[in-house]
Every structure is written in C-alpha cells, then in structure tokens.
Design a protein around this ligand. Structure first.
Ligand code: SF4
Length: 499
C-alpha cells in the first residue's frame, strides 16, 4: 500500500518517521541512484512515512526535488518537497506550486531558504520576493482557489522552526514567527537540528502554552565527524552542534568503527528521548549511500525506547549564559525572566524614537491631520508632481536614515522602524529567518540581524507585542521608484490590502 504522510501525521497514535535526502549537482548518477534506492528500501521497510527532498541546499544548484519526488512517488513512497523562496519570484513560486499539484506532489515544506550559493559564473541573485510566512499564505490561498473550482484540497504545507536560539531576541522572534506560519496555514512543523534536549522541549512547551496544535517532527541526524565539524563551525544555518559534542565525536572517530557505532547509538538515543518527551515523530537526516543505517537506528530505537529517560542526560547542555524560555524544571508557567538587560545604545534609541514619532505624526490614518495629508498626496499625484516630493525630500531623508532602496511600499513600521529591504538580505517581513547566530545575521555575519535590533528597540520601550503581531503581506513591486509617502496616503501600498 502506498505511504500517505498526511494520514500518518493525522493519526493520533502514530509515531511518524521521515527521511531527509539531499540531491546532488547531477541529473543522474551515484547520488540520484542512491536517493531512489534508499526511498525504495524505506518503502519496503514500512516504518518511514515519507522522504523529504531538499531544494538547492546551501543555495547551490542541485537536481530538483520535484522531478526526483515524482519518480519516488511512482514507487509508492510519499514525498515532502522542500520549497524555498530564494530562486524565484512570486510568479515562479506559484507556477512551481501548480506544477507540483499537477505532478501529485502535495506535501510541501515551505521555507525562506538559505542564502544564494555558487552557480554558473559565481553567486546568483537572491530573489526572496516572499518569506516563508508569505509562501505559506500563498499555498493556502491556492488551496482555497482550487477547492472553489472543484478540486480537493491540494497542498499539505509544513513549516520549519529553529528552537536552537540562545538569545532572548532570536528565541522570541522564532516562536512568534511560528505562530504566524500556523495562522497562515502550516499544518505540520519540522524543527531544525540541535542536540540540546531542553531547547527541543522548550518548543513543545511553547506550542502547548499557545495551543498550537500541529504535529511536530524533531530533526535528528546521523552525525559523522565531517558533518559535526561543519555544523559546529556554524556553516549550516540554524543548526546547533556544541563544541563538547564535536570533541566527543572527534575522539570516537579515532577508531572509525567506534565512531560509526557511536553515531548510530547517539541517533537512536536522541530519537527515543524525542519520542518520550512528546514529539509526533522524527525527521532523520545524514543518510547517504544506503538504507541499512536507518534500519539499524530504528531497530535500536525499538530496543531501548522503554528506557528513554535514561538517555535524556546525554543531550543536556550547559545552560550558562544562554536564554531559555522556561525555568530549569521546564515548567511552562514559570518563564525565565530576561537575563540580559536590554542594552540599546543612544543612536539606536534616538533613531527609533525619532522615526516612531514621525510615523505617529505623518502616517497614522486615524490621526486628525490624516485627511490633509491625503488631500496633499492626491493633489501631487493628479498634477504628476509626486516624483518631486520623492526626489527632493523623501529620498534624501530616507537614504540617510534608513539606507532606503526606494521600493515605494514602505515596511519599516513592521520591523521596529528598520528597513526589511536594505536591512535584511532575505527581505523578511514576518520575522527572522532561522539562520541568525548569537544575534548576528546569517549572511552579513558582522551585523546584528535586523529583527534582533528591532526586538531590542521594542523591548526597551515595552512594545514587543507589536512586533510580528500580525501577517505582513508581500511588497507591491508596481510601486518601485514611486513615493511611499503618497502611496500610503492614497491607499496604494501593502497596507491597503485586505487578505
Ligand atoms: S537580517 Fe536576520 S532575517 Fe535577515 S537574512 Fe540576516 S539573519 Fe536572516
């Protein structure tokens, strides 16, 4: 019988296991053959609900998960296609979604995606017309449209969440973003990879606390020495492998046989602990070449799962100088108060207060002067002079204050009065991507993530509730190089849109 991932995650008593497979830069050959072979064997084994196939991982070109997924689906195994926002604009994304629907590939993991890597001739353009929240919303909208014309619901959309953030700002933003993703239609979640059981558990507590009832799979990885080195070095965005763990693995691999056996044991132990603490399933990566290692991990899990509490301590990390949302005993009713006092330098404070005051004065449609601004905007627009306002007042001011790129559809009010276009290489509008580390940007590693800056500003003034409080739609490209001030008052920008 064919596998059905959606049925499995919807079955209350079922513990779901999925495998993450990574295509190579080839249309056929060793990696492609081995992915197909692993998928076939996973189907025969019967314990795997779906294989998930990455989408140009690391931002580098690889065989599309769509075509590979189709081949695998034909053999009976269900597939989760990773779907990122990096390589196509909204037309490309929607077209790809229609193509997937046509091919029968329904399970989608909606991701913002890693930043662009290396393609022919060098680094490619990072598109990021959408972020993962907007992509989820688009897929949900497409489902509604397809149902309206008589199709069954097409997409089962999932989202990623990285609980392995150790500053208050990053943790807070990741969790808020998860709420937005679920609101926009994500019906399952998969965590990033980490080896910190308190963080894995923190996510479950948060979801229970907020009544976010979507089945959640925890990522784990069959971790060899090479992968541990790369992950510990921070080269895989959002993944957490501590130095202690890396050093242990290094030692174990002095004798390769021991290293291999320890990798299987570690993966099985983490698997049973994750099952024990309440995850709906596991999402297993690091499987290359053969399904045999998966069999050994799953067999071992079956043998030791009754003792799962014994292994919990293996994955407990030193909490010193790290932010955790809940107290040590993980009682969700006792949130840890912010340990780090929010430090906001004078220029950040002044920048925020100044722009907030200007926004309240000029860009509040409920304010008493709003009708006058509207009249003025209308008059400038009718006489085709709004470009003068833009060129001689708006541009010089916003370039200095915000490094404005002139998109004409200003979104600074959603990001603590920082620009999501110039300030974030992925142009995220609904919360940070999962790639920040210790507060710093995944791409511009010497700069704080724009969302961390926004959080600090709003925390200082007691306004964090306003940050990522609601869905922010995509920017309107038709407004590029026009006056965002006029567009706002004439109800042309993204804020006029009702979803
Ligand atoms: S600024 Fe933040 S959200 Fe944007 S790419 Fe960098 S880490 Fe990701």
């Amino acid at each position: 019988m064919k596998r059905n991932f959606n049925d499995d995650i919807s079955t209350p008593e079922k513990f779901v296991i999925t495998l993450e497979l990574v295509p190579g830069r080839e249309f056929s050959g060793r990696t492609t053959d081995s992915i197909k072979e692993i998928s076939n064997q996973a189907f025969v084994d019967g314990r795997i609900s779906a294989v998930s196939i990455t989408d140009n991982p690391g931002g580098n070109p690889a065989l599309s998960p769509d075509v590979l997924g189709r081949d695998i689906l034909d053999k009976g195994m269900d597939v989760i296609v990773h779907f990122t926002c990096r390589d196509a604009n909204r037309m490309g994304l929607e077209s790809r979604a229609l193509q997937l629907a046509h091919m029968g590939l329904k399970n989608i993991l909606a991701l913002t995606g890693d930043y662009s890597g290396q393609g022919f001739g060098g680094r490619g353009t990072p598109v990021f017309d959408f972020d993962s929240v907007i992509l989820t919303s688009m897929l949900n909208d497409l489902n509604r449209r397809l149902i309206k014309v008589g199709h069954d619901s097409v997409f089962v959309t999932g989202c990623a969440i990285s609980p392995f953030k150790y500053t208050e700002a990053e943790s807070w933003i990741q969790y808020k973003k998860l709420e937005r993703k679920i609101e926009e239609g994500a019906s399952f979640a998969i965590t990033q990879l980490g080896y910190d059981i308190d963080k894995y558990e923190e996510l479950l507590f948060f979801m229970r606390d907020k009544e976010l009832e979507v089945p959640t799979l925890a990522s784990l990885y069959h971790l060899g020495r090479g992968a541990a080195r790369v992950m510990n070095g921070g080269k895989v965005p959002g993944v957490h492998v501590s130095s202690d763990l890396f050093n242990t693995i290094e030692k174990q691999w002095d004798i390769p046989e021991e290293g291999r056996a320890a990798a299987i044991e570690r993966t099985a132990r983490l698997g049973v602990v994750l099952k024990g603490i309440g995850y709906k399933g596991i999402h297993l990566g690091g499987i290359h070449g053969s399904f045999a290692v998966v069999e050994r991990i799953l067999d071992r899990m079956e043998a030791i799962e009754h003792n799962w509490q014994e292994y919990r301590a293996d994955f407990q990390e030193d909490k010193k100088d790290r932010f955790y949302l809940y107290h040590k005993d993980m009682d969700p009713k006792q949130k840890i108060p912010a340990k780090d006092p929010i430090t906001l330098n004078l220029s950040e404070s002044c920048h925020y207060l100044f722009l907030r005051a200007a926004h309240d004065l000029f860009f509040d449609k409920a304010a008493s002067l709003a009708p006058m601004y509207k009249k003025l905007s209308s008059s400038l627009d009718k006489t085709k002079r709004s470009w003068m306002l833009k060129r001689f007042v708006e541009d010089p001011f916003k370039k200095i204050v915000l490094s404005c790129e002139g998109c004409g559809d200003c979104g600074i009010q959603h990001v603590g009065f920082l620009c999501p276009e110039s300030g974030c290489p992925k142009h995220t509008r609904n919360g940070a991507c999962g790639g920040s580390k210790d507060g710093y940007c995944e791409v511009n590693t010497d700069k704080l993530c724009v969302w961390v800056r926004a959080y600090k500003r709003m925390k200082k003034y007691g306004e964090t509730d306003k940050l990522t409080a609601e869905y922010v739609p995509p920017r309107l490209w038709e407004l590029k190089d026009t006056s965002s001030w006029v567009n706002f008052h004439l109800d042309r920008d993204h804020q006029r849109e009702s979803k």
